[in-house]
Design a protein around this ligand. Structure first.
Ligand code: ATP
Ligand code: MG
Length: 604
């Protein structure tokens, strides 16, 4: 390929639309262009990267026994209604783009394919003899993300590899899941990524167990907690830990404490010499459902701890009747939200667990009772400080009992850095940021039962399929690789996924000797199936060197004045190490090098 044919437009300055370095570099180096919010064109350079990642994924999927197919992107509503995900994915914070066809039938653009594949396999597989079976596809997915950002990291249209496995037993599912786990580790290693596997929450996909693969990077949106001995790693949504021991509060009787303008835990602690673990804080949230009016929730937590929203979602789901329909979202109740609802007398900043349901009486369409939860660590405090539900006042020496009726105790505490580990309290948890590039799930029977997808077992009975599903964000992975592999000058692609393995830079295109040698090397390398790019532009040498560094191809062959003596310069992009070589020797040396590296990447 010739740079002159590549439509390469590089930018000298950081584009205003980009915040994280990988997004800036992909824009500046001419890999992507934004079409609209969260939607990008993959330019020729990036398309080559995506194809390389995809081909590595295909090889590993084949080794894991999976077969490729392509399912439709437009999906009918009825199967999503059977799995009870239509409302959750289309209303409230739902992320599924949906539409009606000319006959008024509802359709959606696939954010994921559990429903379609379960239905399909139910039609195709009748007997246990046809199991196990694993299908995968590499396809564009659509998600109307609440906060699309960081370029390809969280976009609204992106390329995903999704695989689905079907089994006649849980043990068999476990075997495929473990095989996929291995395949995923191979993929990330071969793509040159440093990835940590973490226990994860199964979210709206569901199922018994799941594991995420996180590229560790500052720009990551996920928080991961890793034990010091590295034997435990989990997404913060899922992580467990031992709670810190609370500071003891003495019994001084329950009294008012004057706390003007002390609406935060920090302010309260500073003004009264308290520790945050001596305080019970109250959070007000609102849960919206598909079939009933919103339910206000009152959560009491120890002041030094944070709410784990995933745990709250499970708690709410298990404490409401099935008549309320699908849980659409849980959001904090803000002072403005309360006033708009006609609820004017909530003393925000001074809330205590005993806040009376009467404050909800004026609500236009909220339910008039709080669903109340307390985290066990807050429930375990004998005496505590909490809001008095009166502006500018807290209570000190409060205790659970008549005044503070203890609500349902539910574990809602988020594990955090420096907490002691459950597997061994001598270790503590450390916090890292991660970019989720893959997620594998043991789904169990969730979709097969919902969609009535069965096979006939050895004794002639109908059984629901055991299922697993496995996703990799191909486009997100490409950007995550840039996040891990770049320097001041630009991108430094790992060889295995670089758009080209080598770029030939002809310093002076007017110089016939340089041009002839460059073209000769280009032809030889192409014939030897090296992914080679030649910069044949008329531009100044400085521009070409800057661009070569920016686009990040692992090897640069610079053809300058030495061409007259058949001398070239070989530069390694990542180290900037350069070597003068004879052109003939270079070809031999380089081909041997690439062969060796490919073998290393293939893990032979
Ligand atoms: P996230 O928590 O980041 O929103 P998710 O858990 O919803 O992701 P999955 O349903 O597990 O995502 O999808 C499988 C993979 O697809 C993810 O591991 C990720 O790599 C990729 N992916 C998901 N959402 C996006 C997106 N908006 N843009 C790019 N890639 C995405
Ligand atoms: Mg996920």
């Amino acid at each position: 390929m010739r740079v002159s044919h590549l439509m390469l437009v590089t930018l000298r300055d950081d584009p205003a639309e980009a915040e994280v370095i990988s997004h800036k570099l992909l824009l500046r180096a001419g890999y992507i262009r934004r079409v609209t919010i969260g939607i990008y064109a993959y330019l020729p350079l990036l398309w080559r990267v995506l194809k390389k990642i995809s081909s590595c994924v295909r090889e590993e999927m084949t080794s894991a026994g999976a077969i490729e197919l392509l399912m439709p992107q437009l999906q009918p509503a009825d199967i999503w209604q059977l799995s009870k995900r239509w409302a959750g994915y289309t209303q409230g914070e739902g992320i599924m783009f949906n539409l009606k066809d000319r006959q008024g039938r509802e359709l959606a653009l696939g954010p994921t394919h559990e429903e379609v594949v379960t239905n399909l396999v139910d039609n195709l597989i009748k007997s246990y003899r046809q199991l196990p079976c694993t299908l995968y596809q590499i396809q564009t997915k659509f998600r109307d993300e609440i906060r699309p950002r960081f370029g390809l990291m969280r976009s609204r249209e992106f390329v995903m590899k999704d695989a689905y496995s079907f089994h006649s037993s849980e043990i068999d599912l476990k075997v495929s899941y473990d095989r996929m786990d291995l395949g995923y580790r191979n993929i990330f290693r071969r793509c040159g990524l440093n990835v940590v596997a973490v226990e994860a929450d199964s979210g709206s996909i569901g199922g018994a167990a799941s594991q995420e693969f996180m590229v560790t990077a500052e720009a990551g949106e996920d928080l991961i907690l890793i034990s010091e001995d590295k034997s435990y790693a989990a997404n913060q949504e899922r992580a467990i830990s031992l709670p810190k021991i609370a500071f003891i509060s003495e019994n001084r009787g329950c009294q008012y404490l004057s706390t003007p303008k002390q609406t935060s835990i920090d302010q309260l602690c500073q003004a009264h010499g308290l520790h945050s673990s001596q305080i019970v804080k109250v959070l007000l949230m609102l849960a919206r459902f598909s079939n009933c009016t919103p339910i206000p929730i009152l959560v009491s937590l120890r002041g030094d701890q944070n709410l784990n929203e995933v745990k709250l979602i499970s708690a709410v789901k298990s404490h409401v009747s099935s008549k309320v329909g699908t849980l659409l979202e849980i959001t904090p109740i803000t002072p403005e939200g309360a006033i708009n609802q006609g609820v004017n007398n909530i003393p925000f900043g001074y809330l205590g667990p005993q806040l009376d349901d009467k404050v909800l009486l004026g609500a236009k369409d909220w339910q008039k009772r709080f669903l109340r939860f307390v985290d066990p660590t807050a429930a375990a405090l004998t005496y505590f400080v909490c809001g008095a539900n009166i502006d500018n006042k807290h209570l000190i020496g409060a205790s659970w009992g008549d005044l503070f009726i203890l609500p349902s105790q539910v574990d809602l505490r988020a594990a955090q850095a420096n907490d002691q580990c459950i597997h061994n309290p001598i270790y503590t948890l450390t916090e890292n940021r991660g970019i989720e590039v893959g997620h594998i799930f043991r789904l169990g029977h969730k979709y097969s039962i919902a969609l009535n997808a069965n096979y006939t077992n050895e004794i002639g009975n109908q059984e629901p399929f055991w299922m697993g599903c496995y996703g990799i964000g191909i486009s997100r992975l490409s950007q995550a690789a840039v996040e891990q592999h770049h320097d001041q000058k630009g991108i430094c692609w790992p060889l295995s996924i670089a758009p080209f393995e080598v770029i030939i830079v002809i310093v002076s295109i007017q110089d016939e000797i340089q041009r002839t040698l460059g073209e000769a090397l280009y032809s030889i390398m192409k014939a030897a199936r090296v992914d080679v790019l030649i910069d044949d532009r008329q531009d100044r040498a400085g521009v070409k060197f800057k661009d070569a560094d920016l686009i990040g191809i692992p090897w640069q062959i610079v053809i300058g004045r030495g061409a007259i003596n058949n001398q070239i310069e070989l530069v390694e992009r990542i180290t900037s190490r350069s070597e003068q070589l004879d052109a003939g020797y270079l070809v031999k040396y380089f081909l041997q090098y690439l062969e060796r590296t490919h073998n290393i990447f293939l893990g032979d």
